[in-house]
Write a protein that binds this ligand. Structure first.
Ligand code: ATP
Ligand code: MG
Length: 413
């Protein structure tokens, strides 16, 4: 039987790895410039880190976590998201003594979902978080950075920024009560999946993709009537700043996000190119979460983006050509080959040795790989202690000693 990866997991190679590296490099550049510190956390944590904070009734906790009992009877979970591990690490390592604390990171997450294009059981996320600031400008800074990264990676796509506010926890709870009543009154028209959410998680019905649910949700009460002046002001300041920064957005009253810990601002950058996997990047404010996890009562805001989804939307990247092909005609010259590769490496040329010991095969491989030069190590030249180098663009061939190769190539390039 042919070996295969576990359902919902995938190997990353070829063009996808080039895109992955471009994404992580772009994220690093922007994070460094804006003084976010990188944090890597373990891929598994104690299960209790996730179950309560994410919400006992959230899809992730109910159905999607990879949890196992360790040999010492502790329950561990492969991280399904990055915000809670980042907070855990900030508490464990005393980052929260110096606020605001700005962190970013990327790595694999694990959710047992139904695999589809852009939806995997092991996938990679980029995360940006700011702990310890109530300032609406911290929301704005994060949305601004998200927008910079998306513009840089997907310059031709107009991802739509959707924005909503969920108000403070008390306001949201009152809203949930009202929603609960509204959906109970319309229960018969809802999908079975949404019926189950009425009592425990009525908010999630608002972002159901079922047509009937959508119709009911369109007429549902809005959070606005429960918002205090303070909450409204926070939201207005964010919207005004985004307008000033010329970051277009749409207000979407049905945007609620999947995890329980959100309050105030929530946002998502959406595309219509990936079917129901339409969210590339999502985030929001989670005041109260840090204290739930045992830290001080500090506010927080952050976002996460799926690297695979970004990669699916990116143009293919042209692989860098190996400038110099090395053909060695006889094994007796291996020592010279090592000296040559060392020389090329030190001088930062890209090179490729094809292990063929045959000039004709080497030449055809060099052409296939679009090499610019071929260096031939063979009998004739070696009697004179020279390397034969051919410019594959012009056909010019010349014999050179090792130390003159750099100048020759640079003059031609
Ligand atoms: P979705 O609505 O697509 O399920 P989500 O709300 O569950 O997304 P978040 O928890 O906010 O997603 O995660 C942030 C980002 O991580 C998503 O916008 C998406 O790009 C990516 N992501 C989430 N789940 C998956 C998955 N199973 N496979 C690939 N990428 C994912
Ligand atoms: Mg999801």
């Amino acid at each position: 039987m042919k070996q295969r990866p576990v359902r919902g997991t995938h190997d990353i190679f070829g063009n996808e790895i080039l895109k992955f590296n471009k994404i992580t490099q772009c994220v690093r550049d922007i994070a460094d410039r804006s003084s976010f510190n990188e944090l890597k956390t373990p891929i598994f944590e104690f299960s209790s880190l996730f179950s309560k904070p994410l919400g006992e009734q959230s899809d992730v906790v109910l159905k999607e976590m990879y949890t196992f009992e360790d040999r010492n009877n502790e329950f561990l979970t492969l991280r399904p998201e990055y915000t809670t591990p980042m907070i855990r690490a900030a508490i464990s390592n005393n980052f929260l003594n110096d606020l605001p604390c700005k962190l970013y990171g990327f790595g694999p997450m694990f959710r047992r979902e139904r695999p589809q294009k852009g939806r995997y059981r092991q996938f990679n996320q980029i995360n940006f978080e700011i702990f310890g600031s109530n300032d609406p400008y911290s929301d704005v800074e994060l949305i601004y950075l998200a927008n910079c990264i998306l513009k840089k990676l997907l310059p031709d796509l107009n991802l739509k920024l959707n924005l909503n506010t969920l108000g403070k926890k008390e306001e949201l709870n009152k809203y949930k009560e009202k929603l609960n009543k509204y959906f109970n009154d319309n229960k018969e028209k809802l999908s079975d999946e949404s019926k189950e959410k009425i009592n425990n998680n009525p908010l999630r019905i608002l972002d159901s993709k079922n047509e009937n649910d959508e119709r009911i949700s369109r007429l549902a009460p809005l959070i606005t009537e429960f918002l205090s002046k303070e909450s409204k002001d926070h939201f207005v300041e964010i919207k005004n700043s985004l307008t000033q920064l010329e970051i277009p957005f749409v207000e979407n009253a049905n945007l609620v996000r999947g995890l329980d810990y959100y309050c105030h601002t929530v946002f998502e950058f959406k595309t219509d190119l990936l079917g129901s996997q339409d969210t590339v990047l999502g985030g929001g404010r989670y005041d109260g979460l840090i204290s739930i996890l045992g830290g001080a009562d500090l506010p927080g805001v952050g976002w996460a983006a799926g690297i695979e989804r970004l990669s699916l939307l990116m143009q293919d990247i042209k692989k860098e050509v190996n400038d110099i092909h090395i053909a060695i005609i006889d094994k007796q010259y291996k020592l010279n080959l090592i000296q040559l590769t060392n020389y090329l490496n030190i001088n930062k040329f890209t090179f490729y040795w094809n292990y063929k010991y045959n000039l004709k095969k080497s030449l055809s491989k060099a052409n296939e790989m679009n090499a610019k030069f071929i260096i031939i190590i063979g009998d004739e030249t070696f009697k004179k202690e020279l390397y034969s180098i051919k410019d594959l663009t012009t056909g010019e061939q010349i014999e050179l000693s090792l130390e003159n190769i750099k100048k020759f190539i640079n003059d031609k390039s």
